[in-house]
Design a protein around this ligand. Structure first.
Ligand SMILES: Cc1cc2nc3c(=O)[nH]c(=O)nc-3n(C[C@H](O)[C@H](O)[C@H](O)COP(=O)(O)OP(=O)(O)OC[C@H]3O[C@@H](n4cnc5c(N)ncnc54)[C@H](O)[C@@H]3O)c2cc1C
Length: 388
């Protein structure tokens, strides 16, 4: 069985200086007040056009991002590839609101699809629904609100943008992940993705929708997806994650006085995630799973299942994914043992990837979160290398 504690394998890509940098970064962001102050100060400085980009690049940006463009990321992608870890280029520009910016996002994603078409070390492309259309419209459609003529036209353009990307992905035989958003935008995103799977997943899973298992209603949705797949004859692709917007979700639900869509506690989310993973694995010849997680227990659960049912480690329908800069102990040890594993490599102009970086810093701050584990493993490797 895979041993995630093998830090020699986990950090083989990091030289001593890089390991030290990671150590100090995680120590820094484990301090919650510091992250809060740092986030506010950084946002202020960027908005005021103060020259802080260099500082951001030398710290969080370089740790969690591949660079500002695809070419920047290539060196990292090649290096990861040499250890059997594949990559997913994630153009992480968020919060755009203009129609021409949505069209530009399509152009950018088409460019990425062409860029990766002959590169085996990049098996997936990815986009975020609200990169292709306004959040307001995703919200209205998700609530079943009436749309005026101009909104209907705008929504048709979003659908066209989805088709443009999905048909290109199928033509080039590149799997395409669609990220999940906040619950109040997600129904529209789910409906669009279903439409795409029906159209493009007839021969093999090309389009993957993301299911956030911190939502207690998502197990039911998964079951519904599989019913529809057998009725309409398509192969569902599922990226299974826990979900990134828990605090925002709970806050909104409490402010607006509705029932929170998030599981009662972490244990319930964990159970829901593992139940979802087992359910998809039970249908694995007719579906594909991308396990997007840094949780060792859930990853081991999938590995145990594969062993129990004699599923080869490199089964083409089973993928594991972690974010660049996090959980190398999972990615590198999985790759070493022949499993399909890819890192999301976020990239883009520093200012535009700030929302992504802030999410990473916050996620790594929480006591119950990832930092302790990252720090513990880095410390172990530093001591193995006698750097302490
Ligand atoms: C490759 C990849 C792609 C991703 N894509 C997306 C995406 O498209 N959309 C998205 O929303 N997220 C996405 N994420 C982030 C993901 O949803 C999680 O936030 C993150 O991975 C942490 O969860 P975990 O499974 O790694 O493990 P853990 O660290 O074990 O779990 C932490 C997660 O558990 C849940 N949780 C924590 N405390 C509680 C509590 N008290 N009650 C209920 N639930 C709780 C939260 O979801 C929290 O993020 C992605 C992650 C990866 C690795």
């Amino acid at each position: 069985m895979v041993n995630f504690d093998n830090t020699a394998i986990a950090f083989q890509m990091k030289n001593d200086a890089a390991l030290d940098r990671a150590y100090f970064l995680f120590k820094l962001i484990s301090n919650e007040p510091l992250v809060k102050i740092g986030t506010a100060a950084t946002n202020f400085a960027l908005n005021a056009q103060l020259p802080v980009e260099g500082l951001i690049r030398a710290t969080v940006f370089d740790h969690f991002c591949g660079g500002v463009n695809e070419e920047d990321c290539l060196q990292i992608i090649k290096e990861l590839g040499s250890y059997g870890v594949q990559s997913i280029l994630d153009y992480s520009v968020e919060g755009k609101v203009e129609e021409n910016q949505f069209d530009l996002a399509v152009e950018k994603n088409l460019e990425i699809l062409s860029f990766i078409k002959s590169r085996e070390e990049i098996p997936f492309a990815v986009f975020k629904p609200t990169a292709l259309g306004s959040s307001d419209l995703f919200y209205k459609v998700s609530q079943n609100s009436d749309l005026n003529e101009s909104e209907k036209n705008a929504y048709n353009r979003i659908t066209d943008r989805y088709h443009t990307l999905c048909s290109k992905a199928r033509e080039l035989n590149i799997k395409l992940l669609v990220d999940a958003e906040e619950s109040w935008l997600q129904q529209a995103a789910d409906d669009l993705c279903l439409q795409m799977m029906k159209t493009y997943n007839t021969e093999q899973p090309i389009v993957y929708n993301t299911y956030q298992m911190y939502r207690w209603d998502k197990m039911k949705d998964l079951e519904k997806l599989f019913d529809l797949a057998s009725r309409y004859n398509f192969l569902p692709g599922i990226k299974l994650v826990r979900g990134a917007y828990m605090e925002k979700e709970r806050k909104r639900a409490s402010e607006k006085g509705y029932n929170s869509p998030i599981c009662e506690d972490k244990k319930e989310t964990d159970l829901n995630f593992d139940k979802g993973a087992r359910f998809i694995l039970n249908h694995i010849e007719k579906a594909s799973i991308f396990v997007g997680s840094h949780n060792e227990h859930s990853t081991l659960l999938v590995l145990n299942y594969m062993e129990e049912y004699n599923i080869p480690s490199d089964h083409k329908h089973i993928w594991f994914g972690q974010l660049y800069g996090m959980s190398d102990h999972i990615s590198f040890n999985l790759a070493k043992n022949g499993y399909n594993v890819s890192k999301y490599i976020p990239y883009g102009p520093v200012k535009d990837v700030m929302p992504y970086l802030i999410r990473r810093a916050e996620e790594n701050t929480s006591v119950a979160g990832q930092t302790n584990r990252e720090l513990e493993l880095i410390k172990k490797e530093r001591s193995r290398r006698k750097l302490l």
